[in-house]
Design a protein around this ligand. Sequence first.
Ligand code: C5P
Length: 220
Amino acid sequence: MTILITAGPTYERIDPVRFIGNYSSGKMGLALAAECASRGMEVSLVLGPVTIQSPVFNNPHIHITRVESAQQMFDAAAHIFPHCHAAILCAAVADFTPVSVASQKIKREGDELVLRLKPTRDIAAHLGTMKRTDQVLAGFALETNDEQTNAQSKLNRKNLDFIVLNSMNDANATFGYDTNKITIIDHFGSNAYPLKPKTQCAKDIVDKLLITAKNKLKTK
Ligand code: C5P
């Protein structure tokens, strides 16, 4: 089985020395890549700019494409997905990027600086339109409010098979932590898991992925 995983943040350049980014560490995506490889899958990992070290970087079954921006992640993911049986989109992709990148460092002058931003393309939604009936597509939803409703709406809007919800309101979960508290939602219901190490969450997510793939094969 071959799988695409997106992980980490994206950086959107403002000028040669500055960017707009987010606090994603990449830990959840790296744990997923390691778990998939340990179950015999060939993993294509499209990885944003992370700073942590991981054994994943030396695993011969994990093929890494390093990217910086949302557009680069989009191009890599759209290129790789048709060759995969499944994808888990774990990356925290920037929703907006500067309209233009200054060629020289922006100087401190005036009372305020206005940055014009344009929306990035939604990788998950695009892969959702490309998805074949034999492919499994899973996404993440990191929410601060109306968690279930927002996750459910993303599941449908992006044509995902299931979505992994995590909330910024849970202690010791999400960005930067080694633990996470997830709820997996599919088109039939949802399953809430207790707080666990991200390596254990990865096992639960890959179990769900394999069950979903099996069910798809049965209904074909
Ligand atoms: O940003 P949002 O909450 O809509 O993202 C939820 C899911 O969509 C995640 O799986 C994330 O990786 C994916 N996403 C993406 N491309 C974007 C924005 C989000 O693949 N531009």
